[in-house]
Design a binder for this molecule. Structure first.
Ligand code: NAD
Length: 422
């Protein structure tokens, strides 16, 4: 059910998210009232706000903060800074957060936010002013701990620090728990920066085991060498995988003998991208997805694996580091070809799981070691993975449908138990 006023676009993530939801709702024979409620975001906030640029001019930016469902607790979800941010993308990402939190039994509802901007074209001072003003504009939704943002594409620990500082200045005292993914020095959690990539590696390990395949020695391709992709590549390399291809928004690099992720990361720090990495061939993002490999990790943005390229994907396992990288049509093609897809809400939940740990640590002012964080993360993710895999086998559905069945049922149960007010 497209929400009114949404601009029609090809590859609409909100349509994708709705199609996935209705598939799970059909399996659950979900009550029509609950289905209707969950097929719309609970709250949508659009803000147009001014930012002073370094040259003294003033530009108006558009941002969003959307709650999909607060049924399970305060809402949680990242903030995205990208020129492509639009309302239906934020709606879809918010809905996926609802399912992700429910799937891993985190006491949160789902939300997402973003600002349509190109963070690479802004100076550090402009980025800080934009962040502080955006935080102020959406403060009616987040200021009292009812909604807890975190980093996503184009944002990082520094952006979260400005965000936390702005909320703290408004409150008059420090409120570290308003946002997660902060630097450790101001209440961030050990292990948070790596958590999503670590979770992807753990999910890949579980999936390889399920397929009777050894992860060590397998060839891996990673689309998107950012926070999630670069860490996943490094940790999978440490597990003995051969990382044969990686990419960023400007294109990819391929070396069938294997790339050393730490060396690629150094090259990115020095030059701004993966292009030109010594000893590797250039490859487009489209061709990268079809490279010969056992494991493909899409870790960039939505809608990358479609009905057009799914027939040519050569991986045996796809582990979704990104949110929504595979369209429903592509899912059907991949399933028919026997390619195992570990869905986003299962594979990339490491970030929100450790964000939950960070929030708990902030509220208690009692901090854990990185070993404790990583051990709790692995335990939760493996438990979720195995539960979903068992359900998917029993019901003869994909891991995505299995994960959504578990998640939607939990949210529906919370709605039933809470009842309607008034
Ligand atoms: P990031 O900004 O750190 O990195 C994104 C990477 O993708 C960069 O290398 C960028 O150049 C590349 N990229 C962007 N657009 C692209 C395109 N059109 N084609 C190819 N590459 C492109 O972002 P991130 O935090 O690593 O997030 C990546 C994905 O993982 C997103 O889908 C995000 O929603 C998801 N995710 C992130 C987290 C987290 O904790 N950061 C948690 C769960 C899911």
């Amino acid at each position: 059910m497209p929400t009114p006023s949404a601009p029609a676009r090809a590859g609409d993530p909100w349509e994708m998210a709705l199609r996935q939801f209705h598939g799970a709702a059909d399996h659950l024979r979900l009550d029509p009232g609950v289905r209707e409620l969950l097929s719309r975001p609970r709250r949508e906030f659009t803000v147009h706000f001014p930012v002073e640029m370094d040259d003294g001019s003033v530009r108006t930016f558009t941002g969003y903060r959307i709650w999909h469902s607060p049924a399970l607790g305060p809402t949680k979800g990242g903030l995205r800074y990208s020129p492509e941010v639009w309302i239906n993308e934020v709606r879809a990402l918010a809905m996926w957060m609802t399912w992700k939190c429910a799937l891993h039994r985190l006491p949160y509802g789902g939300a997402k936010g973003g600002v349509a901007c190109d963070p690479r074209a802004l100076s550090r001072a402009e980025l800080e002013r934009l962040t502080r003003r955006y935080a102020t504009e959406i403060s009616p939704l987040i200021a009292d701990g009812s909604d807890i943002p975190a980093p996503d594409v184009g944002t990082d620990a520094q952006v979260m620090a400005w965000f936390m500082d702005t909320c703290s200045m408004h409150r008059g005292y420090s409120v570290p728990a308003v946002v997660t993914g902060k630097p450790v020095s101001i209440g961030g959690s050990a292990g948070r920066a790596e958590a999503t990539g670590r979770g992807v590696m753990i999910a890949a390990r579980e999936a390889a085991r399920d397929c009777g395949m050894r992860l060590a020695g397998s060839r891996v391709v990673v689309q998107g060498f950012g926070n999630v992709g670069s860490v996943a590549a490094r940790l999978m390399h440490a597990e003995g995988c051969r990382i044969v291809g990686v990419s960023d928004v400007c294109g990819g690099i391929y070396n069938p003998r294997g790339l050393v992720p730490d060396a690629v990361a150094r090259h990115v720090r020095e030059t701004g991208g993966v292009a030109g990495f010594p000893g590797a061939d250039r490859v487009s993002n489209a061709d990268l997805l079809e490279l010969p490999c056992e494991v493909l990790v899409p870790a960039a943005i939505e809608g990358q694996i479609t009905k057009d390229n799914a027939p040519r994907i050569s991986a045996r396992v796809i582990v979704e580091g990104a949110n929504g990288p595979t369209t429903p049509d592509a899912d059907e093609i991949l399933a028919a070809r026997g390619i195992l897809v570990v869905p986003d809400i299962l594979a990339n939940a490491g970030g929100v799981i450790v964000s939950y740990f960070e929030w708990v640590q902030d509220l208690q002012s009692f901090f854990w070691s990185e070993e404790e964080v990583n051990a709790h993360l692995a335990r939760l993710l493996v438990h979720s993975y195995r539960g979903v895999a068992a359900l998917a086998r029993a019901r003869r559905v994909s891991l995505r449908t299995g994960a959504l069945i578990v998640a939607v049922e939990r949210v529906a149960d919370a709605l039933r138990r809470r009842g309607l007010y008034p």
